[in-house]
Design a protein around this ligand. Structure first.
Ligand code: C5P
Length: 306
């Protein structure tokens, strides 16, 4: 077709959720965002996102179980307006596995996947344009666009690819409650948890110095440091319980990911994935949704599906 699409095509990819191995909060800027430094690790816990021609008059995003506006719609609209693509309406379907409003970047991962899919569907893969659009969708979208671990700086827009850190297992303890990201950031500010830019620069340098090769050791003094964690725990009391559950289940470290309320149990070393899986199974009955994950492969491919 003249617009570069093939009408019966259906494309799919996986949108990996993430955890923050550390999240260091810096000064509040005039635009309401905070400077931060974070090591973001995509996980093998993924939503499935597909794109196909829509039978309706406009682009559609269908995401069973998730109400309200979807960031994937904004991704498609931005792609249309900035690439100039005016192909027939598309339908994007998101099958959720990543907990929602949990600090695991699920909505951002879906938006990043929708962006890559609509670019492929329109036959105009343009990585530079995808990289330009990603930060306009949300702070967690740039680190989830290409897959693999990243060091994130600025307000989340400066993204540096990192080699994969040493093997570990991650126990994920989701909460029934969702937390609003802006509310958690505000709470952290009120609790005096912001650090100076000089502190952030030092931490960023020490992470870069450690992350030289595949299998690098995460600096122990930074592992699991999340300045938003205490704020999430004040706003959502189940966070403290989940931290205790993770430690009692044998985790070497327990910490909040992103703005919470999901809690991560970190299980160090080659036996970590096995220990995390055993802990998830043991907790399964008591903590609904407890699962074990490892780091995801570097990037998800886009595939033709029936
Ligand atoms: O960019 P995103 O929409 O994910 O951010 C949600 C909210 O989180 C922002 O409106 C802001 O209140 C807060 N935030 C922040 N500093 C950042 C990222 C997010 O204060 N670097």
């Amino acid at each position: 077709m003249a617009d570069g699409t093939t009408p019966d095509r259906r494309l799919a990819t996986r949108a990996f959720g993430k955890l923050n191995l550390c999240l260091i909060l810096g000064p509040l800027r005039e635009d309401g965002y905070h400077e931060l430094v974070s090591a973001v690790l995509p996980l093998d816990l993924a939503d499935t996102v597909t794109i196909e021609a829509s039978t309706g008059d406009s682009d559609q995003v269908v995401c069973p179980g998730v109400e309200g506006d979807n960031l994937a719609s904004k991704a498609i609209a931005s792609w249309r307006s900035l690439s100039g693509w005016d192909g027939a309406p598309v339908r994007v379907t998101i099958k959720k596995r990543i907990p929602v409003a949990a600090g695991m970047g699920g909505g951002s991962a879906d938006a990043a996947a929708a962006l890559r899919l609509v670019a492929a569907f329109s036959g105009r893969e343009d990585d530079a344009l995808l990289t330009e659009i990603a930060p306009t969708l949300g702070a967690d979208v740039p680190p989830l666009l290409h897959g693999g671990p990243t060091l994130v700086r600025g307000t989340g827009t400066e993204v540096l690819q990192l080699p994969t850190p040493q093997t570990a297992g991650y126990l994920i303890l989701p909460s029934n409650a969702g937390l609003s990201t802006p509310v958690v950031f505000r709470q952290a500010g009120e609790m005096g948890l912001r650090r100076s830019q000089a502190d952030l620069d030092l931490i960023s340098e020490s992470l870069q110095a450690a992350a030289k090769d595949e299998g690098w050791g995460f600096p122990p003094e930074l592992l699991g440091v999340n300045d938003l964690g205490p704020a999430a725990a004040v706003l959502e009391p189940s966070v403290s319980e989940a931290l205790s559950e993770a430690r009692e289940a044998g985790a070497d470290q327990a910490f909040v990911t992103g703005s919470g309320p999901t809690v991560i149990g970190y299980f160090h070393g080659n036996e970590g994935p096995m220990r995390a899986a055993a802990a998830a199974e043991a907790l399964g009955g008591r903590v609904p949704g407890a699962i074990a994950c490892t780091a995801s492969p570097r990037s998800a491919t886009i595939e033709e599906v029936q």
